[in-house]
Design a protein around this ligand. Structure first.
Ligand code: NAG
Ligand code: NAG
Length: 305
């Protein structure tokens, strides 16, 4: 349903699942765009780049006409904290839309999310998590800038310290949470739905235990699809064919695009990347997101080794 192509936009109101086409969509229809594509479209007044780095980094130099809405843990426009100490929860509607309005963001624009790539792979997952949030907020065209400002600068492209003048957009709204699932939903899915764990293999297999989830291992019956496996050695998202190979190596080649797939990770960051790739690059249209993830799961249930 959330595929970003004209057909799915047309059918969205009918809530139909649109299978991915067998040919490649042009870049402007997929969820990840390249720095060269963005540079070639610098003329396009409908494109709005949202730079998600801290304000000081944005001030020191950013993509021309980009606005700044920083990602910060534990609280920012993009994420909230809790209840129950849970990190990286989806934001409150009023804070999210308040910040979008203040930055002049409206639904008429094609949104490009640009993070840094300082310590891969996390910022690329962060960008995907933000893009997912924008999509849940009802923005029809949202993309992740592959490699973010780091790649943009490494390629010697134009940066500026000029801050665009902003008129608040006045946008309000609420997140569509129908793809967001909770602990009991995931419990009921064990052994009968595809559950994907986006954490590193060493966390999945229990040899490493992260601070926010005290029990080693993974949710029973979950398969391992590490976010790092979606990225190349430079920390950029792989191309569509390579991403399809990675996903097929985990779930098989015979999975219909409308099959339900639940993704989770440690606290809900890495899983954003898997969600985004499955949903907007590969065309799986029934992907659910367990926002509480391992941190929430181990409060009540056990992991499997
Ligand atoms: C932006 O988000 C922050 C953190 O959630 C919040 O404190 C602030 O009030 C928001 N700004 C607006 C204008 O809503
Ligand atoms: C767990 O995964 C790590 C990383 O892939 C690997 O080095 C280690 O041998 C694995 N441990 C077990 C017990 O399988």
């Amino acid at each position: 349903m959330r595929l970003q192509n004209p057909l799915s936009l047309l059918l969205a109101s009918a809530n139909l699942c649109v299978a991915a086409p067998t040919f490649y969509w042009p870049p402007w229809m997929t969820g990840i765009v390249s720095t060269s594509w963005l540079a070639q479209h610098s003329w396009d007044p409908f494109i709005l780049v949202i730079d998600t780095r801290p304000a000081a980094e944005y001030a020191a130099g950013h993509i021309p006409k980009a606005v700044n809405i920083p990602w910060a843990v534990p609280l920012s426009a993009w994420i909230s904290y809790g209840p129950d100490d849970l990190l990286l929860q989806l934001p409150q509607d009023d804070y999210l839309f308040g910040n979008l309005s203040a930055a002049g963001v409206s639904k008429l624009r094609r949104i490009i999310i640009s993070s840094s790539k300082a310590t891969p792979p996390y910022p690329q997952a962060e960008a995907a998590r933000i893009a997912m949030t924008m999509q849940l907020a009802g923005f029809p065209l949202v993309h992740v800038l592959n490699g973010g400002i780091t790649k943009w600068q490494a390629e010697g492209r134009v940066v500026t310290t000029v801050v665009p003048s902003i008129t608040p957009s006045g946008i309000t709204g609420s997140l569509d949470r129908s793809d967001i699932v909770d602990r009991e939903y995931v419990k009921a899915a064990i052994n009968n739905k595809i559950i994907l764990d986006a954490r590193d293999p060493s966390v999945y297999n229990g040899s490493v235990v992260e601070q926010w989830a005290s029990k080693p291992g993974h949710i029973p019956s979950a398969k391992s699809l590490p976010t790092a496996s979606l990225l190349d050695l430079q920390g950029n998202y792989k191309d569509k064919a390579a991403l399809a190979d990675v996903v097929e190596s985990v779930i098989g080649t015979d999975v219909d695009k409308d099959t339900e797939i639940i993704v989770y990770c440690g606290v809900g960051g890495y899983a954003g990347a898997v969600y985004w790739v499955l949903n907007t690059v590969l065309g799986f249209c029934n992907v659910k997101f367990y926002d509480g993830s391992s941190q929430d799961w181990v409060k009540v249930y056990d992991m499997e080794l």
